[in-house]
Design a protein around this ligand. Structure first.
Ligand SMILES: Cc1ncc(COP(=O)(O)O)c(C=O)c1O
Length: 465
């Protein structure tokens, strides 16, 4: 047993709440086990406290939402002030000044900042909603319903977004309710460079007809923190320009400085036609946005009194107020530089870990992944790369002759929880520990995290091959 492991997490209150959930929440939602989860009570900065009073270091920013820190003072002040004024308005009928202000700010931070004219926005509630708005826009603009998307891609679980995601686990049980408008092509990983045949595959898909857009994450998050080669997005831009298709950047995870640039597409200087935003946009309110070049968004007909695409909570004033307070902080180039510096520190600490189970350490800024593998016998030249729809070769990491160490990843997440570290795993095989902490993570917190990880990698059962 690791010396500092405590049996008090989850504590009695969390266990009682788990029992309540087991009885009253649909059983597919929250993973409930004897040693998981804890129930969040409050949070501040990089820390979270659970219902039993235990403090945790959040290495996840709660799915990438809280980069500016939990309960960020300015965002909270905006929420508190707004809550005394107006909780809800009529988003597409009689809206608020805040909605107009937010649409203008989103334009200023994207298309105007990129020197591409005005941007226009459709607001919505979830990331999945924003992606579906983008897909509808592409159909209206091009008249073509087909979408090129990528293996390992995650775009949300609404039936439209689900049709375009590259993680079969989420899609397959609902195939009968989905329309086959997406063609999935392999997402290239940085280490291999741009595969020679990929452009050909894209061209061939386009030649088959009906493709109106390419939907892509500039860095895949849920797919396992996969950074593509630098030429990938520029190549997609060129293909879209050549064929009159739209390039949709899904920056719901990568947006707002997470990768060390305000938006991840800026690393390769590519301006997408549409950008999908969510998560960190507000730092904690379900509000998302599809922002597009004005002439692209003008494919939508002018409202004649009945909006073609809207929702009850569109442009909710609480969310808009929080987003404006959050954007005011993101619009500071020093923040991107800070994330790059913190990211380099965390990456160096992760790269110094020693274990035969370490595969690739990858990512950008404070969006980092540590791949855990079981190395198989050295069969170089004589055995096949592991290939399956769930584990395509592009994601198999630095050591192709290996299996994903999923059980080790899960054991590490559970041990980390009991040591006060909140950690998640991504990738189709859940073997990539993902590190997306709040931007204020300190040197000491990085050192603590790395020391614990080294201990797990050395001491956990199954960690020595
Ligand atoms: C890249 C990306 N797109 C879309 C989504 C879906 O967002 P939501 O869960 O808010 O629907 C996610 C969520 O993780 C995401 O990472």
């Amino acid at each position: 047993m690791l010396p500092h492991l405590t049996t008090l997490i989850p504590g009695p209150r969390s266990l009682a709440l788990a029992a309540k959930l087991r009885r009253h929440e649909s059983r597919n939602v929250t993973f409930l086990a004897d040693d998981f989860p804890i129930f969040w009570q409050r949070a501040e900065g990089v820390n979270v406290w659970d219902a039993d009073g235990n403090r945790f270091l959040d290495l996840t920013s709660a799915f990438g939402v809280s980069g500016l820190g939990h309960t960020n003072a300015a965002v909270r002040a905006a929420l508190v002030a707004q809550s005394g004024e107006l909780l809800h308005a009529m988003g597409d009928v009689h809206p608020t000044e805040l909605k107009a202000e937010l649409c203008a700010r989103l334009s200023a931070l994207t298309y105007e900042r990129w020197g591409a004219g005005d941007g226009k926005t459709v607001l919505s509630s979830s990331g999945s909603d924003a992606v579906e708005t983008a897909l509808k826009t592409a159909l209206l603009r091009t008249g073509k319903a087909g979408v090129i998307a990528f293996t390992g891609g995650y775009h949300g679980l609404g039936l439209g977004a689900l049709s375009a995601i590259g993680l079969p686990y989420f899609r397959e049980p609902f195939r009968a309710q989905l329309k086959d408008f997406a063609t999935l092509l392999p997402y290239p990983a940085e280490r291999g460079g741009l595969p020679g045949g990929l452009r050909g595959q894209i061209e061939e898909t386009i030649r088959a007809g009906g493709i109106g857009c390419v939907l892509v994450e500039p860095v895949q998050g849920r797919g396992g923190c996969v950074v593509p080669p630098r030429e990938f997005l520029p190549m997609l831009r060129e293909v879209c320009d050549t064929h009159g298709m739209l390039l949709i950047a899904d920056e719901i995870y990568t947006g707002f400085n997470r990768t060390g640039a305000l938006f991840a597409c800026e690393h390769s200087g590519v301006v997408p036609d549409l950008i999908c935003l969510g998560k960190a946009l507000t730092g904690g309110f379900p509000l998302s946005a599809c922002v597009g070049r004005a002439e692209v968004m003008d494919a939508w007909p002018e409202s004649s009194g009945e909006a073609l695409h809207t929702s009850t909570f569109l442009g909710n004033p609480l969310g808009c107020a929080m987003a404006l307070a959050s954007l005011a902080q993101h619009d500071d180039p020093a923040l991107a530089a800070h994330v790059r510096e913190r990211g380099a520190k965390l990456r160096a600490a992760l790269a110094a870990l020693r274990s035969p189970h370490l595969g690739e350490i990858r990512g950008l800024g404070l969006m980092l992944g540590v791949e855990l593998i079981e190395r198989t016998e050295d069969c170089r030249g004589s055995c096949q790369l592991p290939q399956s729809p769930d584990h395509p070769p592009g994601e198999s990491g630095r050591f192709p002759y290996s299996r994903p160490a999923t059980a080790l990843a899960i054991a590490i997440i559970k041990h980390a929880l009991r040591d006060g570290l909140l950690l998640l795993a991504d990738s189709p095989t859940s073997n990539v520990l993902s590190f997306t902490p709040p931007f204020a993570i300190s040197d000491d917190e990085i050192a603590f995290t790395a020391a614990r990880l080294q201990e797990y990698l050395t001491l956990l059962p199954g960690s020595i091959s």
